[in-house]
Design a protein around this ligand. Structure first.
Ligand SMILES: Cc1cc2nc3c(=O)[nH]c(=O)nc-3n(C[C@H](O)[C@H](O)[C@H](O)COP(=O)(O)OP(=O)(O)OC[C@H]3O[C@@H](n4cnc5c(N)ncnc54)[C@H](O)[C@@H]3O)c2cc1C
Length: 396
């Protein structure tokens, strides 16, 4: 096939999926990192599938994150099922090293990933689904939406009321300090892991104010010997993966908290921020005369704001009768969407456990979903309904 024809196929101008007849694929997986994990398990089980990823290169979500970002999970817990991360177990990979690992993973298993396929609509078609991307169409019996439910930046509405001379960035677009003015105060809004790490980096060269509630922190340094020997395993594999799940009372209690308030600080501690001269203030609640205002009414004269205020799901392209929790998460049981047989989710925050959206935790959910898809191949459609209790926003 010539390059022209290949490009035409990839852009949907060629015969594949465009025109009168949609292409037919048994199972479509939509997503990147979580999608690779699902793909690996579907492949093992012999289910025909494709992975559709909006990125032009596997791992680009990681490559676009800020330059100094190192994972908070060491190599031993920064690998998908079936391929270890190629570094000593206590090495904390850089974001680019991890992006390259994902690319190598897709190559190692020859996973059928189609890049540049942003799905713009997923709808019902007969007993299955129609997946559409810029005019390209695929009919599938099963669809796995394999991605975190934080695809679109969330910024408060009053951001629009800040004066034009206040430089604004969301953490998704933050790369390095020189994107921000060298003079004047930088306000970092949101004191979770991203906010704390970005505030600490900026504090080396700028005056920084960090706004928001302290979410708590791990009571040890993740670079310490004790952490390497024991604590990281206890927290990541024990607590986050086995104890804090929707099957345990403590896990269900923590799920509500983690979903609404985020998790504890992992690498950066309050004392690191203090030592770096970061000033802590309460929540930002609005704007007055083009400047941000705190909950106690204080107006802050700042040159820049970095919004570390999180993300929203960004699942508007899913045109299906999804049931959702009161927090807007898709209602699902072990990844199977409630009320939409054949539709699955993997990678959602706390889908099953605190580790569900983490690298070392996604594989268990991916395997369970792949097994449900494979079981559907063999069984009549009626057996595809979820078998265990769905995840509710505030489980009893
Ligand atoms: C700053 C930061 C640091 C983190 N550090 C760690 C860490 O150290 N260790 C750890 O275990 N976890 C970490 N995580 C959590 C998690 O591993 C990452 O968020 C990871 O990127 C999640 O991967 P994902 O594939 O589930 O979703 P995403 O990374 O959000 O990827 C979504 C993929 O789906 C594609 N996509 C989205 N919409 C569509 C569509 N409509 N059609 C087609 N494709 C689409 C995107 O192109 C992308 O490739 C971190 C998260 C953040 C934000």
């Amino acid at each position: 096939m010539t390059t022209d024809v290949l490009e035409a196929y990839e852009e949907g101008r060629g015969p594949r999926g465009r025109g009168s007849e949609p292409e037919r694929v048994d199972t479509v997986v939509v997503g990147g990192q979580a999608g690779l994990s699902v793909g690996h398990h579907l492949q093992r089980l012999g289910v025909p599938f494709v992975v559709l990823d909006a990125e032009t290169r596997t791992g680009d979500v990681w490559r676009r994150r800020w330059d100094s970002l190192r994972l908070f999970t060491p190599a031993a817990y920064s690998a998908l099922d079936g391929m270890p991360f190629p570094a000593p177990p206590h090495h904390f990979p850089s974001k680019d090293e991890f992006a390259d690992y994902l690319e190598a993973y897709a190559a190692q298993f020859a996973l059928p990933v189609r890049h540049g396929w942003r799905v713009d609509r997923l709808s019902a078609a007969g007993d299955g689904f129609l997946v559409e991307s810029r005019g390209r169409r695929i009919e599938a019996r099963n669809v796995v939406v394999a991605m975190a439910n934080y695809q679109r930046p969330r910024v408060p509405g009053f951001a629009a009321d800040l004066a034009p001379d206040v430089v604004q960035l969301h953490s998704r677009d933050y790369r390095r300090p020189d994107q921000l003015p060298a003079d004047g105060v930088v306000l970092v809004v949101g004191a979770g892991n991203s906010g704390a790490e970005i505030a600490l980096e900026l504090a080396a060269s700028r005056q920084v104010v960090l706004a928001g509630r302290h979410p708590g922190e791990l009571p040890f340094d993740i670079d310490s010997r004790l952490a390497h020997a024991l604590l990281i395993r206890l927290v990541l594999r024990g607590l986050f993966h086995r104890v804090l799940t929707v099957d345990t009372p403590v896990g269900r209690r923590m799920r509500s908290k983690a979903t609404t308030r985020g998790g504890p600080l992992i690498r950066t501690k309050a004392r690191h921020l203090r030592a770096a001269g970061v000033k802590r203030v309460g929540r930002v609640t609005g704007a007055r005369d083009g400047r941000p205002v705190l909950e106690d009414g204080t107006v802050l004269d700042v040159a820049a704001v970095v919004w570390c205020t999180g993300f929203r799901p960004g699942f508007e392209w899913i045109d299906l009768p999804l049931q959702t929790t009161e927090l807007g998460e898709p209602l699902q049981s072990r990844g199977a969407a409630v009320g939409v047989p054949g539709l699955y989710f993997v990678g959602l925050h706390y889908l099953y456990a605190h580790s569900s959206s983490m690298i070392h935790g996604v594989g268990r959910d991916a395997r369970r979903v792949a097994e449900q898809v494979a079981a559907r191949q063999a069984a009549p459609l009626a057996t595809a309904a979820p078998t265990s209790r769905p995840v509710a926003a505030r489980p009893a």
